[in-house]
Design a protein around this ligand. Sequence first.
Ligand SMILES: *Cc1c(COP(=O)(O)O)cnc(C)c1O
Length: 464
Amino acid sequence: MRYISTRGQAPALSFEEVVLTGLAPDGGLYVPETYPQMSKEEIADLAGLPYHEVAFRVMRPYVGDCIDETTLRDILKKTYASFNHDAVAPLKQLDNNHFLLELFHGPTLAFKDVALQLLGRLLDHFLIKRGERGVIMGATSGDTGSAAIEGCKPCEQVDIYILHPHNRVSEVQRRQMTCVLAPNVHNLAIEGDFDDCQAMVKASFGDQSFLNGQRLIAVNSINWARIMAQIVYYFTSAVALGSPHREVSFSVPSANFGDVFAGYVARKMGLPIKQLIVATNANDILHRTLHSNDFSKKKLEPTLAPSMDIVVSSNFERLLFDLYQQDGKAVAALLEDFQNQATQLDPKAWSKAQEVFASLAVDDATILKVITDAFKRTGELLDPHTATGYLAAEKCATDSSTPVITLATAHPAKFEEAIIKAGFPEGASLPEHMSDLLEREERYTLLPADLKAVQSHLAEVQSK
Ligand SMILES: *Cc1c(COP(=O)(O)O)cnc(C)c1O
């Protein structure tokens, strides 16, 4: 399998190179040259298999000969053993034809674990093979940082530095990062805001000379391995409900479009998905684009579903490349236009998207109402991100005989504020294995929002 850039001007890479690379040199994102197909029989054969075995069969063609079969199986077994539920991604029935796919049984209680637990192990595998050390650097306002830290904790060849804005992330979110005491994990609390953290990470990727030749690696959502890992649960859940003999639809709380794009890829591979319903919060660029072909930026609005607070959806470019029939030049031109002004997709491309996508934007007041109502109707306490997906499923499903699966992207205990505001004053309790989180020892380094200070700290720690 070769990977090509969505802007058409970068050399094709192998899976190994793609995992170790962030953006393509032409500014594009890497995608597989073609999407592998699974026959009806191959999909039917997935029924009843353990999650890691389905993962193996779905990922095998993407990995190609970069990892031998025994090693890949071993990596996947270890990856998904880190989850706290034997099914990894269990499916719950909410009513006649509405199901909830719980993706929050990983170490940090959010769906990002599904991909980052794997990415850490893949990076380690390739770095060991090459005899290199890798340094991961990232900025976080909450969720991704802890999932990346948990994913890299078991790595031998990876050191991870996560910058978070000091006193500006919730205590649960901070502790999910700072209570990880592994020697290769470095939490930097920055005396500034999230934008300061992100700017310093960006500048460090731009000029890596401070690291004396060690490789700097990004684990943000554009890494192809993260998408690949997310394709798997579309297969496990659809097959559990009768695919390939039965169509299913999915409703996906969305921001950077990584999760729902994985569903689109599953459909391209042959999984009979009728609708992909994209749910957003008030930061609704995806909804505006898919619903009314209004492809334009809007000011960031902080919401009760903060992991979906974005201005631009980075992985949307991967969909564009497919809708534009792999015309990288056309994608590059559209995105350049988009940087400067409000724009629209080519009408043919947009109408192709209409065949599978539906969408809904959900504001904060509605999120609270959905949490309250869904609890009354189903007994499930939804986190605020999942609540957007729940409502979108109810509103956008076109055919009541096709089951809809809403992706539950986080555990409600991670987002107390919304739960309390929705009328549950005692909040949601943390699962058993995390109930002592607030008493655990923490470790982090406090640094000023100053690039030189951060880089010399990294250089000093890395030289030890
Ligand atoms: C990251 C995240 C999302 C959005 O996923 P994308 O792949 O960026 O679309 C939704 N819910 C939660 C809880 C998240 O952490």
